[in-house]
Structure formats: structure tokens, C-alpha cells
Design a protein around this ligand. Sequence first.
Ligand SMILES: CC(=O)N[C@H]1[C@@H](OP(=O)(O)OP(=O)(O)OC[C@H]2O[C@@H](n3ccc(=O)[nH]c3=O)[C@H](O)[C@@H]2O)O[C@H](CO)[C@@H](O)[C@@H]1O
Ligand SMILES: C=C(OP(=O)(O)O)C(=O)O
Length: 454
Amino acid sequence: MRDAVQETVRKGAILQVDGGRPLTGEVEVRGAKNFVPKAMVAALLADTPSELRNVPQIADVDIVSDMLRLHGASVDYDVEQGILRIDPAHVSSPTVEAMGKQAGQSRIPILFCGPLLHRLGTAMIPDLGGCEIGGRPIDYHLSMLRSFGAEVEKVTDGIRISAPRGLKGTRFTLEYPSVGATEQMLLSAVRAEGKTELRGAAIEPEIMDLINVLQKMGAIISVDTDRTIRIEGVEQLRGYVHRSLPDRIEAASWASAALATGGDIYVKGAIQPDMTTFLNVFRKVGGEFEVHHDGIRFYHPGGDLHSLALETNVHPGFMTDWQQPLVVALTQATGISIVHETVYEKRFGFTTALNKMGAQIQVYAECLGGLECRFWQDNHKHSAVILGPTPLSGAEITIPDLRGGFSHLIAALSASGTSTVCGVHIILRGYENFIGKLRGLGAQIRIIDNPAGA
Ligand SMILES: CC(=O)N[C@H]1[C@@H](OP(=O)(O)OP(=O)(O)OC[C@H]2O[C@@H](n3ccc(=O)[nH]c3=O)[C@H](O)[C@@H]2O)O[C@H](CO)[C@@H](O)[C@@H]1O
Ligand SMILES: C=C(OP(=O)(O)O)C(=O)O
């Protein structure tokens, strides 16, 4: 077993957490949640099998494996080695009922459009899941697919999409650099007829790694410094062998956990380049880190933490998924911190539980501490003002979303007393063996309810 003993929590599981101890020790991060499932989808574009390495055991990998199997691909996952093999030789359409059952589980199914249109000419895509941190429309995806020549129709529990005449290269400009829509473009364009140009593309490291995978498969893709991606469509792609980049969101979550609990955590597998922006902020808040050949040590050096003003943004800005765990550490910083969330309009719901534990966080609809963002005219509370330091004490908490959930765990671990935490299965979407890892760092966590069959 990789870390401390793996114990899986099921839907409905409840944890009891005793706080007030620094988290110290070592954890390992494997491949990125925001890359691995997409590389799995890319395997469908090939005629031959693919092998993905450094694959973490998280719920999103299971969900995409199920989707691939439903479409006739074979998927074989060696959890211990982190090796996933996908053979797309016999791709076929599943029944509408089987696809309907996939509705609401993750955001990845929308990325099956391009590969399935190339393989089958038609696809049923279930309604998406993912974190409820904003409206999360898919209008860019659908306009893009239509501009490739696809026809889209709304059906019960999802959409039906078809391309009777195949996909043709296109020119598209994104009004906002959406990660998912950029990936949609890549996965659709690589086998489309002719050239495709995407302006205003997202350039997150996970997207660059997807481009690495597609290039290994035989695709021709260039990325310019002005966010323009150009793709020359090819008729055939082959399988790939690839090692996923590490999960920079999980790594930053452990860093924030070290800071919030006054601890010292060595994150094996974390790398510096994709975390530059996070590391700058971590240092400004008062955290220390050391970059080693196989990981990064994050620790609280003692003394006061410093408040700061921060704005989330697309890469290379401060990532929105880093925001929630860091806010817990900011409750322990001296002074007033301001966090302006510019990617999602509703990502501060998790602060209600932190306030219940003793934090002093107020949320506002105004764009505070930075430039006006897309949400300036809406009434969404997307800026937070955090007054610190405030001692936290244990409470009963229900986890709202993935990162908010991990933040609640960090808060419970830095609080005095005991917390009861519901909805913890949500965390499995993005954190491998999180209970085992936390216990390995000295956390006192008990599973007090874990309903079988849920
Ligand atoms: C599985 C995965 O990789 N999830 C990540 C991905 O989500 P995801 O790909 O869903 O995020 P996007 O970059 O697409 O979304 C960013 C913003 O664009 C908006 N938008 C997006 C698409 C669209 O068609 N219309 C539209 O308005 C969204 O509502 C949101 O406000 O990138 C986000 C931004 O780094 C991360 O927080 C998520 O962890
Ligand atoms: C928002 C996130 O994920 P998803 O897009 O899968 O909901 C996240 O990983 O923080």
C-alpha cells in the first residue's frame, strides 16, 4: 500500500475529526485529476491501445473507466502501479438507459463528443456533474461542436450529437479561456478534416500535457504565445504511452494544510514549475518551502502569518482550485485578507461552515481588491474579506464540493475540539486515499458511519 492504510468512504459516510494538532510527515501525489480522465478520453481517438502511468485512484477515474467500458473499450487498471491500459479496438454505442445512468457524475462526459463523433458518427452525452460552484454552462462546447459541423439535440438526461458528414476544421474564438472548451477543441480537431484555429485558448499545464499525449498519438498541434492553438487534422491516430503530470491542486492543498495546522508536510511527487504562482503566494503569507528532487517540503516556520489580497485567474494566474484550502490558512493570518474569485461566481459557499467554526469571513458581490471581472454586474458573492487570526473550534459540517470539502477537513484539523463531517465521499473525486494520507500525517480521524451499498 502506498500511504497509510486505505479506507474507502461511501456515500453517506460521516467522519469525526479531532483537531488542534499540526500535520507532519510525508504524502505522495500522483497524476492530476484534471488531466488523467482527459487522457483516458483521448485514447478513444486511436486504433491501437494506450497506456497511462501515474494514475491515481480517484472517483473521476472510475467514472470515466465506466464510460469507456460502456462504449466497448477495455480498461485495465493496476492501482498499485498506477498503470491504466485502454484498448479502443471495439468502440460501439451503449443503450440510452445505460448512458442516462451516468448523468450528474462528472464534467468529463462532454469531452467524449469529438472522439465518439470520429469513431461512431453519433453520441449520447449524459448531463454533467462536477462541483456546484457556479452555473457552469456548456454553451462554448456546443457552439464549437456546431462550428465543426455537428448537430446537437437536447434529450432526456443529456444531449444527442451527430455528425453525418464528419467534422470539418474550423476557426473559433473563446470569449473566456475555458479549460474544458479548449480540450473539446483539441479532442475534436485532431481528427477533423483540414485545419482548426482556436483563439483565446486556455493554456493550463493539464492542457499542455493533453497536447503532449495527442502529439505522441500523431496529432499536429502548435500553441502560440497569444493563446492561439492551431491544429492540422490527421486521418488516423495511434495509442500512446504517457506518464501524467502530478496533481498541482492536491499538492497545494497539502501545502495549505501544513500552513493552517502549523505543520510540516513533504509532498512527494510535487513539482515546482506548475506551481510558481502558488509558491509565491504561499511565501507571501508566511509559509516556507524547499524544492527537492522528488517533491516539495511545505511548512509553517513559526511566527505570524501575513494577510494579503489575492485574485484567482486562469493560468498562469492563481488557480481557483487552490483558493478554498488557502482561505483556511488565511483565517490564521494577522490582518485583513481579500480574495476575489474571478473564475466561478459561487465558490464561497464553503465559508459558511468556516464562520460556524469561528472564522470571520464576509462575502461581497463587488469585485474587491482587483480588476472588475465577468461577474461585476451580477449579484453573486464572489469576493471574500477574511479577518484573522481567529481560533477555530470543532463543529458539525456538511461538505458542499470537492475543494470546499478538503478545506473543511483542514479547518477541522486546525480547530480545537471535535468536528463531525458529512458528505466526505465528495472528496474522493480528487484526493486519493485522503483518510489514509491524513492519518499518516498524524490526524485523528474516525469513520463513524459508512453505509454499505450506498
Ligand atoms: C475536470 C476539470 O478539469 N475541471 C477543471 C476545469 O473545469 P472546467 O473545464 O469546467 O472549467 P472552465 O475553464 O471551462 O470554466 C471556467 C469558466 O468558464 C465558464 N464557461 C465554461 C464553458 C462554457 O461552455 N461556458 C462558460 O461560460 C464557466 O462557467 C466558468 O465560469 O477548469 C477549471 C478552471 O481551471 C477548474 O476549476 C476545474 O477544476
Ligand atoms: C472544480 C473542480 O472540479 P470539477 O471541474 O471536476 O468539478 C475542482 O477540481 O476543484
